[in-house]
Design a protein. Structure first.
Length: 305
């Protein structure tokens, strides 16, 4: 879709209703398999972890069970580490980064932390390569009471029993070229407002919390990721996606106020990763490796401090 073209659904200046949401949903098709890419990988982890089924999307009952992977021997006195991926289903490296961390790297932390990983929070979005869920709701603005998104509601229920004992929460995301070519224009159309084009940053960055910033923690994660892939520079206005850059590769959002996944616990150390998979300087493998580097650096820093 060209930048000047109106979004193909809806009437400019009018917010979407049920018919527009239905028309949008009819355009979505299954492009990859949650069963093959995620559930079959989770099955290979069952001899090393406890696998929890924590919910079920009612879109197509047999296809979208929700799973989390939990360390064996959960001990009340240990700090908890929460890793989430695929809150936006189209953000591929978050899903596969979470699974790779479990397969190749998590073992060295077991016995020192209680670990729980929800690798694909939005499986319908994963299969359709979509930011929203089936009802055109963004799960990552929906981590609130009486959530409008089943995906968010299920994760909130999962986390509730240990929410106040989480030391680290790292939420794995991507910023892609399709944010500007599809997802932001769709959002503007859904709201009935004009789309104002933005700039996609070329590189990895983090989103810290305005209410509880942890600059040294964020920089430790940035330093680790910089060994794997490049860090996004500030734009000409000193910003990344419209927010002031407070340190190399770091911006801040009010996580809880915006209903973002990274704000669902009282973790001292929390961050949202943003990988840029469309960069000519980054491969899919680098993007996954960057997510893993971020997770391991986050845990290492928290345990050391």
């Amino acid at each position: 879709m060209a930048a000047h073209d109106p979004y193909p659904i809806g009437t400019p200046g009018q917010a979407w209703g049920a018919s527009e949401v239905s028309a949008w949903r009819a355009r979505q098709t299954c492009k990859r398999s949650y069963e093959v890419d995620v559930l079959q990988v989770i099955d290979t982890l069952r001899d090393r972890y406890e696998v929890l089924r924590y919910g079920q999307l009612d879109y197509e009952t047999d296809r979208y069970p929700l799973f989390a992977i939990k360390s064996l021997g959960w001990r009340e006195e240990l700090p908890c580490v929460l890793v989430t991926g695929g809150v936006h289903g189209y953000e591929t490296s978050g899903v596969h980064g979470a699974l790779r961390f479990l397969d190749r790297h998590a073992a060295r932390y077991l016995g020192r932390i209680n670990l729980i990983v929800a690798p694909c929070v939005s499986p319908w979005g994963y299969e359709t390569i979509q930011r929203w869920n089936m009802h055109a709701v963004d799960p990552n603005r929906s981590f609130v009471d009486n959530s409008p998104a089943q995906e968010a509601e299920a994760l909130l229920r999962l986390v509730a029993p240990f929410r106040d004992r989480v030391l680290v929460h790292i939420d794995l995301h991507e910023t892609t070229d399709t944010d500007e070519s599809e997802f932001q224009p769709a959002l503007a159309a859904r709201k009935g407002i004009a789309h104002v084009p933005g700039e996609i940053p070329d590189g990895f960055y983090l989103v810290d919390d305005v209410e509880q910033p942890q600059p040294a923690f964020q920089q430790a994660v940035i330093a680790a990721v910089a060994e794997v892939t490049h860090i996004a520079p500030a734009d000409r206005d000193g910003k990344i996606i419209g927010s002031e850059v407070v340190a190399p590769g770091v911006i801040r959002y009010p996580l809880k106020q915006l209903g973002l996944c990274a704000g669902i616990t009282s973790a001292r150390y929390r961050t949202t990763t943003e990988v840029y998979p469309d960069s000519p300087r980054a491969s899919p493998e680098q993007c996954i490796a960057a997510q893993v580097a971020a997770v391991t650096a986050a845990i290492d820093y928290a345990l050391a401090h």
